[in-house]
Design a protein around this ligand. Sequence first.
Ligand code: F6P
Length: 319
Amino acid sequence: MKKIGVLTSGGDAPGMNAAIRAVVRRGINLDMEVYGIQRGYEGLLDGEIERMYSYSVGDILQRGGTILKTARCKRFFEDKWVDHAAKMLQTFGIEGVVVIGGEGSFKGGYELSKRGVAIMGVPGTIDNDLGYTDYSIGFDTAVNTVLGLITNIRDTSSSHERTTIIEVMGRHCGDLALFAGLSGGADVIMIPEVETDINEVCRKVLRGQRSGKGHSLILKAEGVEMDAAELASVLEEMTAREAKIVVPGYIQRGGSPTEMDRRLASLTGAKAVELLYDDMPSRAVGIQDGQIISVDLGEAIKMKRDFNKEIFDLAEILA
Ligand code: F6P
C-alpha cells in the first residue's frame, strides 16, 4: 500500500495528536504517502484531504485535542454517504485509512471497509468502552484529570463537612468513575455496570459518618440513570449534611496527554500503519496485558467490555 489516510472522529481524547504523529512519521518511514482527513467522516465526505509531511506533525506530541479536528457525522449512518466516502478515497488513490476514535468511529470504519477500503482502528476515547482493548488513548489522562479534581474537592468538602457528588463522563462505561474512584478514595462509586439503589448510597454515606468521617465523596458515572440533583436532596434529608454536585464536563477531555497515553498512541498508531503496509484486511489495534495486539475490526466492534469487579469491590473495602 502506497497511499494512506488518517482521521480522528467522535469525542476528542488527549493523545490523539500523538497517534496522528505516529501514523504520519511511521508511514513516511515506510515510504508511504500519508493524507490527513479533516473533521473525521465529515471532512472525508467533503473532500477535506491533504498530504501530510513529517513537519506537519511537529510539536503536537504534548498537545491535547486533535490537529485534524473531529466531528460526529450523522450522514455516515446512510449507505449512500458511505458509498460517497469510498469514492472520495478512490479519487485520491487512498487505499487504507487509520481511524482514531471510539465505538461509533469504528462502526463507521467497518461500513467503509465493506466498500473495499482497508481500515485500521486506533482506540481514542476517554470512555475506555471498547471491549477488545484494555485501554484507549485518552483514558489515562482523563482519569488523572479527575483525580486532580478530587484532590481539590476534598479540601473544600472536608472543610465544610459536606457530601460532594462528582459526576464524570464515560457514556455507558463506568471505567472513568471506577478508576478515579479507587485512586481518589471515593466513599461511594456509582457506575452503570452495577445497579445502585439510592437508599444503599445513603446507607454507605451514613456508615462513613458514624465511623467518624467528616465528609463524603461520591463518584458517579454519567451513565448511571439516577439524577444527581435528586440524589443530593435525598442525601441531605437522610444524612443531615449538605450535599453539593460537581460536573467537570469537558475539562475531562482536555489537557496534555500523560506518558501512558503518549506511549499507547505512538505504539498503536505505528502498528496500524505497519498493518496497512503489510496489506492486512481491516483490524483494530489495542493493548492487552501490556502487549500491542490487533483483532479483526468486525469482531472488535462486537466485543463487549468486561467491567472490572475486583477494582469495584476493592474500592468499597478501602473506602
Ligand atoms: O465519548 C466521549 C464523551 O466525552 C462521553 O464521555 C460524553 O458522553 C460525550 O463524549 C459527550 O459528547 P459531545 O462532545 O458530543 O457533547
